[in-house]
Design a protein around this ligand. Structure first.
Ligand code: MUC
Ligand code: MG
Length: 376
């Protein structure tokens, strides 16, 4: 009896900290380890599903920290769904929303674990439960974020040589705008004709600085500029976008739910949107935000928050279902960690990351790694 098999027997959350190969510096924070909450859902049939909630430097990229997520999962979210049928994804989403406002990353990790467990039960990849895959590999970029230009050129050279990445996203906004413009100019010259550049200011600029810097970035050939101004300032995004010389703009922190996406679309404030589980509260939420973007002619960009192969695989399952994913994805996370959490990490080759073939999210949590990196 499938309905009985899919009853949620238990929900467990574990905080893990995995070191990164180098310091990763963005406008509001700098990290040398990635902290995640790993959610393990066990069904009545004994099948376990796994989900991951990523953060970046505690509650600095968005309001959720791993400590807060674990507390809210254990006290509110897990009790709200234990005993329910895991396959009733929308009904469970409703219960999660009744149990806690927002907490989108925590909810996404839980929903991912449900898709993984149900997929593993019926022998289907999560993508098949989300509409079905239309691609089995996605172009993947690398992020340059050490802040040391010479190191960044060298790092990009190594990625190009290994045929892993040929688009680079540069994290700007941690230093003065003119210093960032000089850094960008240096990178653009060093990689000219061999790589494409995009830039992410993580909300660091105001409208005046953005109006000065955006045309300079366009002139350097930068293809896309992400979240140049604060998330609340959709009006500025729209005005900047209407100015001649502004490169295409990518909405990140200003779009969490589908209502945000609708507001950005109505204001004509972005050319593309970065889709992330931590923002959209789950795989279904990613599809809902994407549908609003598609309806407005706004391009889809497969965003990340430096997930391990667990969280990255979940993103790939839903990204694989979009008819068009014109901007590719940025799931380089598994490559910036010193170690992975999956038994078999994602496969990167020829500038693409491959959709793993297994059921559920397509990868399996390594219990030894979970033990090794769990916070005591
Ligand atoms: C962000 O704001 O896009 C994604 C890649 C990266 O380096 O930082 C993240 C978050
Ligand atoms: Mg961003």
């Amino acid at each position: 009896n499938l309905t009985r098999d899919l009853i949620i027997a238990s929900v467990r959350s574990t905080i893990v900290d995995v070191p990164t190969v180098r310091r990763h510096k963005l406008s509001q924070t700098s990290v040398t380890a990635q902290s995640y909450v790993i959610v393990q859902v066990r069904l009545a049939n004994g099948v376990e599903g796994v989900g991951e909630a990523a953060t970046l430097g505690g509650p600095r990229w968005s309001e959720e920290s791993v400590e807060a997520m674990k507390a809210n999962i254990d006290a509110y979210l897990a009790p709200a769904i234990t005993g329910q049928c895991a396959g009733r994804f929308e009904a469970i989403g409703l219960r999660l929303d009744q149990a806690a406002k927002r907490n989108n990353a925590a909810k996404a990790a839980i929903e991912t674990a449900l898709f993984d467990a149900v997929g593993k039960t019926v022998g289907l990849p999560a993508a098949a439960l989300l509409g079905g895959a239309v691609r089995d590999r996605i172009p993947v970029l690398w992020t340059l974020a050490s802040g040391d230009t010479a190191q960044e050129v060298e790092e990009a050279e190594r990625k190009l040589e290994a045929r892993l990445h040929r688009t680079f996203k540069v994290k700007i906004g941690a230093q003065a705008p003119d210093a960032d413009m000089a850094r960008m100019r240096h990178l653009a010259r060093a990689l000219e004709g061999r790589a494409e550049l995009i830039a992410d200011a993580n909300q660091a600029w105001d409208e005046t600085i953005a109006a000065r810097c955006l045309p300079q970035l366009a002139e350097m050939g930068v293809r896309l500029v992400e979240q140049p101004v604060p998330a609340w300032n959709i009006g500025a995004m729209a005005r900047l976008r209407a100015r001649p010389g502004t490169p295409p703009l990518l909405a990140d922190e200003c779009v969490f739910d589908a209502h945000d996406m609708l507001a950005v679309a109505a204001a004509a404030a972005a050319d593309a949107v970065s889709l992330k589980l931590v923002k959209h509260a789950g795989l279904l939420g990613v599809r809902k935000v994407a549908a609003v973007a598609e309806a407005a002619g706004i391009g889809l960009y497969g965003g990340c928050l430096l997930e391990s192969s667990i969280g990255a695989a979940a993103h790939l399952q839903v990204f694989a279902t979009f008819r068009a994913l014109d901007w590719g994805c940025e799931h380089f996370g598994p490559q910036i960690l010193t170690d992975d959490l999956a038994t078999e990490p994602l496969h990167f080759e020829n500038f693409h990351v491959h959709l793993p073939a297994g059921p559920g999210i397509g990868v399996v949590l390594d219990p030894d790694k979970l033990r090794r990196y769990a916070r005591s």
